[in-house]
Design a protein around this ligand. Structure first.
Ligand SMILES: *Cc1c(COP(=O)(O)O)cnc(C)c1O
Length: 372
């Protein structure tokens, strides 16, 4: 039996959401942006985005990315510029919108898209670019200033912020994405920090844009229930919204717990002098809603060996995102920049267990597991 699983999703318990389920039975409204969904959205906008801009829920972040890309992309463009070091959902969503992913390398410190390579491509590809899709790697507080400039210059930006719900900027800056004029897409999948099962949320400072996406997520229906946009069904059910609403209450505590476990990892990595021996952790700033504990094993060593070493001790670890997107058969023919850093990371990245009931001894056991 596994002693330490990779993740152990810990969604809100029944007593927290049963009152909302009773409300659903009373109202007999089960979807279509019902009252519980509305309450959830207005609380999120108020408590996380200071009532600036707008949000809309979706049934998952992949659909959210598809909606955002399809409503923002430039009609003449064909490329969606994005890092290869992301989850397959990002390039897949672009493909569903008729675009070709164009993969860009990342930085070796924060593991986010390389802006010099990106700005080079912006000049070279010009009108062929439909959209730019940076990824806030592993929930990080990606600096969005450059992406705001790109967006305001007329090249739309959709941020894959799947794991960043709950991530806060440095002092006083507020929640990740606040004020951003493009679209920021968050996932509420069970494995994310704000896990509800399946779900997601789109944020933008641009209220009109969110309104359009919300219409697209409801078959493109106008008020007269006539389809006037290329839409689909991207709505969150009232049951999911009930889980989401009750998660708001426990979420601050969840974030603290996740940060504490992450801190234990850093302490133990230090104590064992692993950072001096070539191990690396992601460079971040602000407060991150850690989804798991990513680390790089030393140059020249292989993550596969460490995964095996941990497995021998019944510790489960993963290699997000290895293979990187450009290494997967679905995306092999996509154009790309040099991907030197991405390929280096994909040989070294290890995602270590992080779940809310972990204690210090679990962390020690994992770190000892990679040492011997
Ligand atoms: C989880 C994730 C998604 C997909 O989210 P779903 O809600 O499961 O569709 C997309 N991109 C990234 C980077 C993710 O980590």
């Amino acid at each position: 039996m596994t002693k330490i699983p990779f993740l152990r999703p810990n969604l809100v318990k029944r007593e927290e959401f049963s009152q909302y389920f009773s409300e659903i039975e009373e109202s007999r409204i089960y979807s279509n942006y019902g009252p519980i969904n509305t309450r959830f959205e207005s609380r999120v906008l108020n408590e996380y985005f200071d009532n600036i801009g707008a949000v809309t829920t979706v049934n998952n972040a992949t659909i959210g990315l598809m909606l955002a890309i399809s409503k923002c992309k430039r009609s003449k463009g064909k490329y969606a510029l994005m890092p290869s070091f992301t989850f397959a959902a990002t390039p897949l969503a672009a493909m569903w919108c008729g675009l070709e992913p164009y993969f860009i390398d990342i930085y070796s410190d924060d593991w986010c898209m390389n802006k010099e390579l990106l700005s080079d491509l912006l000049k070279r590809l010009g009108d062929q670019i439909a959209i730019v899709i940076p990824y806030a790697t592993f929930g990080t507080n990606l600096d969005l200033r450059y992406y705001r400039e790109i967006h305001e210059s007329g090249i739309p930006v959709v941020v894959d912020a799947a794991a960043s719900f709950g991530t806060m900027g440095d002092k006083g800056k507020g929640h990740f994405g606040k004020n951003f004029p493009g679209i920021v897409v968050f996932s509420f999948h069970a494995t994310k920090s704000f896990g509800i099962g399946e779900g997601g949320l789109l944020y933008s400072a641009n209220i009109k844009l969110i309104r359009k996406i919300r219409q697209a997520a409801n078959f493109g229906f106008s008020i007269e229930r006539e389809s006037t946009l290329q839409g689909l069904n991207g709505k969150m059910s009232e049951y999911s919204a009930a889980i989401a609403l009750s998660t708001l209450k426990v979420f601050p505590q969840k974030l603290k717990t996740r940060m504490k476990i992450h801190q234990w990892y850093l302490e133990k990595l230090n104590q064992k002098k692993l950072l001096e021996k070539g191990w690396h952790v992601q460079k971040t700033n602000g407060k991150i809603a850690y989804q798991f504990m990513p680390a790089l094993c030393p140059e020249g060593q292989s993550n596969i060996d460490f995964i095996q070493r941990l497995a021998n001790k019944k510790i489960e670890a993963r290699t997000y995102f290895s293979p990187a997107c450009h290494q997967q058969s679905q995306f092999k023919s996509c154009p790309h920049t040099s991907l030197f850093v991405t390929e280096n990371l994909s040989k070294r990245i290890i995602s270590l267990p992080l779940w809310e009931e972990m204690d210090l001894n679990h962390v020690i056991f994992v770190i000892e597991g990679i040492c011997d």
